[in-house]
Design a protein around this ligand. Sequence first.
Ligand code: PLP
Length: 413
Amino acid sequence: MVDINENFLSLGKSYLFQRIAEKKTAFLQKHPEADLLDLGIGDTTLAPPKVAIEALIRAGNQMLDSPIGYGPSTGYLFLKEAICNEYYKPLVSSSLSKTTSYAPSSDEVFISDGAKSDTALLENLFAKESKICVCDPVYPVYVDSNALAGRLDPGYENAIYAQCTEENGFTPKPPSSAKEPVADIIYLCSPHNPTGIAFSYEALKKWVDYALEHKSVIIFDAAYSAFVTDPSIPKSIYEVENAEKVAIECGSFSKGASFTGLRCAWCVIPQSVIRSGKSLNALWNQYKSITSNGVSYPIQKAAEALFTPEGKCAIEENAKSYMASAQKLHSGLKNLNWKVFEKPSAPYVWCKSPVPLSSWELFDLLLEKAHIIATPGSGFGKSGEGYIRFSAFAKPSAIDKALVRLSQLYQEA
Ligand code: PLP
């Protein structure tokens, strides 16, 4: 009999969103009539830009006349070039950090079905003994994928945690060289899920400098970059000087362009990231050709259309709308004396209850008394205990209703 991969046994009890889904199902079985407001998962509720859907349909029709088969496993050149020319080049030239001139070239861009897959799979590039460092709280995929790779013990105690706290404004510094082991693979997410807070140039530069000093590699998850409007906040780690020597960046069309159901993303591995004498770019090329036949042609055509003026404008409008909802939720909760934190750069509101409750107790209270689903902070890590995350990707009407119910809850308490 074949044995299973024992690394599955070191995985956390259950994936956070799975546990929430189970609680939601149980609640709806008990209260089928309830008008449940889901401010939990960060799924988009606005439609993808029309120009993208039109391109998708055109590409589908094109396949009727002249079928297109397997594409390149790392993505079509047309989309890679659009990402380089329409996203990175303008970003670098307008960057506040005038010391950097790096913008990726098309051979450094890899197209995939999602930043989730990329952030989960990139660990394959590294030795099993590599030490990982993550922020706490953290998007669970980074730790779970490393547990599956056998890099973490049950309980994940042997990862290095950079704690996001109220004291450090939820943007931690790199580990102290004197006191902690060297972090080999560093996962950073900015704007950060779950707090919504983003790293400033100065804060991010500290991590880049740490990685340069220790020859670490940073996996920078920029899935929420579309929501950054403050010029003092980098959208890309490559806006920071020398980041191209140490950083892989994962970008996504999911959140900004409502592509969560269409699935398309990219990662950049600069040619200059060399470890053990090997180019990580070349290794990832090999990995992709072994494991993937790429993302479908119509989806990549839809993604390409996002870089037209119409596409860019639609992304901006969508982002504005989500951020307006986040602002509304933020002010509403603040008025109700919840402890909310300044200043989110993604449509998440990270807060503490006005009464001392654990994250799951607060989750249960909101579900039972206000029929609202939010995400317990402790599900993202120990430092998230006592906090909860509201997602403002929900429909504006749900945000309005949620605020009314929360104020009623407050009056009843
Ligand atoms: N990275 C972070 C930090 C996320 O929060 C999410 C989704 O919630 C993803 C990646 C997933 O992105 P994608 O839809 O591109 O797989």
